[in-house]
Write a protein that binds this ligand. Sequence first.
Ligand code: SAM
Ligand code: GLN
Length: 289
Amino acid sequence: MLLLNVEKVLKNTTLSFKRKGIASPGLDAETLLSCYLKTDRPGLYMNFERLITDEELKWFSRWVERRKGGEPVAYIVGRKEFWSLTFEVTSGVLVPRPETEFLVEEVLGLCSDTNDHNMNVLEIGTGSGAISVAIASELEKVRIVATDIVEDVITLARKNAENNGVTGRIDFLRGNLFEPVSGKFDIIIANPPYISEEEFAQLPPEVRDFEPREALLAGSEGTEFHHDLIAEGSRYLKHGGWLLMELGAGQKDAIESMLGKNTAYDSIGFRTDYAGIERIVRARRRLVG
Ligand code: SAM
Ligand code: GLN
């Protein structure tokens, strides 16, 4: 019987991912094996000689096969890091993306600009709860209402709030857009679905075949949700309050025009992500009118 150690399993897995054309073979192999062995990446390197039993290898091989079939690592291990916090993820929610952290930064920036930490924040389409939980982890006094249209998603988001110790700061509600919401907010945030039908067909299979369609698809232009959030959002914003949304590559002009035509908003601005793509839009509810 040939026993393999951590180092060898890591090498073999990386090689098989590379052959399959997976973009980050080494990182994926490390993440899968460290999660499988219930350690972290440094923990793997400190235990290179640890032997992997046949039984362990048999189960780990199933994870490797799933990854080779295109399934995102986060769904296989059941979690993803966002804002240095750990979120449970299932195939029912979008895997939180690093660029979405800009949305969290923007909210924290607005709170420190106004020195108001008692903000009322509304998030539409919370998914794993990543954005709201990250904000709540930073602002002790914040009050957040977070919604999603999918009941199971709300259950998971609630669990993520609990696991990260911010339960009391967020109310989770199920419903379509603003339907479950009442009152007025200082800030409304959303990372809405923003993939057009045409773009959907071109998405990498990892996203297209594994992530939930209701988290991605947004009509023929991909801006259907932005349109509704802009149109209805002003009624739920205090005067001087902010609407912040994530957007997809190439959507800046369409969204700028929607906001420009709507007299409820001013101070429209965009922020680019690490790749130089306009990724976040912000607009202020006019002080009067
Ligand atoms: N906020 C999470 C994040 O940034 O990782 C998830 C964003 S995902 C792109 C969009 C979310 O909006 C999904 O969880 C989806 O279920 C939800 N959603 C889709 N249509 C909706 C609607 N009409 N009303 C409320 N939420 C909706
Ligand atoms: N950022 C996701 C992607 O690249 C899309 C998420 C969304 O539609 N909000 O596929």
